[in-house]
Design a protein around this ligand. Sequence first.
Ligand code: GLU
Length: 347
Amino acid sequence: MKKLSMLFIVFLFLGLVLAACGDASDDAIDDDGAQSEETPEESESEGESDDSGEASEDWVDNITVLTGGEAGVYFPLGVAMAEIMDQQVDDVSATGISSGASVVNANELSDGQAEFALIQNDVAYYAHEGSNMFDEVVDGFSGVFTIYPETIQIVTLADSGIETVEDLEGKRVAVGDVGSGTEANAEQILGAHDLTFDDLSAEWMDFGDASTNLQDGNVDAAFVTAGTPTGSIQELAASADIRIVSINEDKIAQLEDEYPYYVREDLDENTYENFDATATTVAVQAMLIVRDDLPEDQVYELTKSIFDNLDAMQNAHERGNDLTIDTAQDGMSIDLHPGVQRYFDEQ
Ligand code: GLU
């Protein structure tokens, strides 16, 4: 009896020791570095090599993705990205919202009002430089990926008599929303033709209103910097013959020279219905940016979630097909976020 109870005590003791060890190792696996006997260095390096996608305490729970007006291309694609993040990444709730587009988006991210935004690559660059439309450096955000060419389309009705950029002089022209990249491109393109907003009757509005006003005869032309086909122009072309005004070769060369992100772009007759011409113009690139202070592992997971769900991007808009790992850094105009850099280094 005595021997048996000694044995029992020994087993009980061994059992307790084993259970204690088990608990300790479970802790080490479950604990994402947040609960802390670990030093900050240890938890950071664990975070870097941990691809489990589990949120650490410093993750931002509510993510806002800024887009552009609802009749553009940023809106459907930005909403699709937010949906992917929301559905595929645990502990994150994400929403895509409409906005005044590129310049507004840079300012809002810099002010900490949103986490991600779509923006033109030229505008992102000028923000970081504090040049062109920015009076001072606007930063606090970095690059995620570039997606598709945004074509500068100067749209008018086929019978408007406007055939060249110079013909815009004295006309009522929609120049994009206040604080949009479109507005900035309109100013630069007019400038290359020795025109300013004062030489025409400039009106600030989003693409949807620009199309309605063109159709109703309230404006004569509209600048639209967006991926093709752009929803608002498709809508207009469904009921009217349209023209996209070409920029002549000399001016294209001058624009490419003066501004580093313009690239020559041809639109063919299949771009829109009732568009039986071709047009030569310039384009910039659409890209996604993220606020610098989002944790590296969170940005890594969010970036990964988008590349793992490219079909949702493709379903949202034709230009969603342009997002590929191979082309995702073409035309990237600012440094990448470290979480994005890690994702691309691993590909
Ligand atoms: N690139 C445009 C801008 O920043 C917005 C394009 C869009 O909404 O698709 O003005």
